[in-house]
Unconditional design. Structure first.
Length: 264
């Protein structure tokens, strides 16, 4: 979400906003353990296993590999994503961005855009089971799903760009507008309101909230309920095309736009 302009000057400004943590980045789990999945009936349960679940290149690669596996199983009708620990995703790896080139930043941002677009049009029912915090691009990752369930008692849903002194770009903004209730644009996008699960359900950002130990079960039941609306198994290609048509304008911006903050 960040592209640094003006050479060393802007890079130093960025470092003032974000703490550099190369040691933390280097100590990440191996790519094979960043995202895992298991099958429960006709539902794939995908688990984000890397602490803050920052959208690093390794994490994105692992996530896409898992999505390939899920998609290749023709018997799967729904996918639930959830997290270990207290964070669903804290978004982009801003601490890493302060240590790499603008070209590398752009490459990561394009990978994130492709992942969001892929989940938005994934050829099955998708539910995000948010067991903790979902911030910034992590919140948009959750919003890319068809439905959302969030744990009560711990965790915030938030787009804190104003607190980071960063502006939204058109592609991120269009995705947020496509998925958020219009009456929450000002609170969520403009002012970075932090929503509890109860608040998020009340305003329509999520569909259900429940205790942590029930969140995956609740998400699976929600997904299976949607699948049961069809007397026969739905055609995946038709479902994906309907999603593409439904979010046509958003996808156009995601694929053709530039995902970065142009100003710090």
């Amino acid at each position: 979400q960040v592209l640094l302009h003006g050479g060393d000057h802007d890079r130093n400004l960025f470092k003032a906003h974000v703490k550099v943590s190369e040691r933390k980045y280097r100590s990440m789990s191996s790519p094979s353990s960043l995202v895992t999945w298991r099958k429960e009936g006709h539902t794939a349960i995908v688990t984000l296993c890397n602490g803050e679940n920052r959208l690093t290149p390794e994490f994105l690669s692992s996530f896409n590999t898992i999505l390939d596996s899920v998609e290749s199983d023709d018997s799967i009708r729904a996918m639930v994503t959830t997290n270990q620990g207290k964070i669903y995703s804290n978004g982009l790896p801003l601490e890493l961005f302060s240590t790499i080139s603008n070209e590398e930043i752009m490459q990561i941002c394009q990978q994130v855009t492709r992942l969001l677009q892929r989940i938005l049009t994934f050829p099955m029912v998708t539910v995000a089971a948010i067991s903790g915090h979902a911030f910034a691009a992590g919140a948009l990752l959750a919003m890319s799903h068809d439905y959302r369930v969030m744990r009560t008692g711990r965790g915030w849903f938030c787009m804190p760009e104003i607190k980071l002194k960063l502006n939204f770009t058109m592609d991120l903004l269009e995705l947020a507008k496509a998925k958020l209730p219009p009456d929450q644009y000002i609170n969520c996008i403009q002012y970075g309101k932090r929503y509890t699960a109860e608040e998020a359900k009340r305003v329509g950002i999520i569909q259900e909230c429940c205790e942590a130990e029930k969140i995956v079960q609740s998400a699976v039941e929600l997904a299976n309920g949607v699948v049961s609306w069809q007397q026969e198994a739905y055609d995946r290609s038709v479902l994906s095309k309907i999603k593409e048509d439904l979010y046509h304008d958003t996808i156009k911006v995601l694929l053709n736009g530039r995902m970065y903050y142009s100003k710090l």
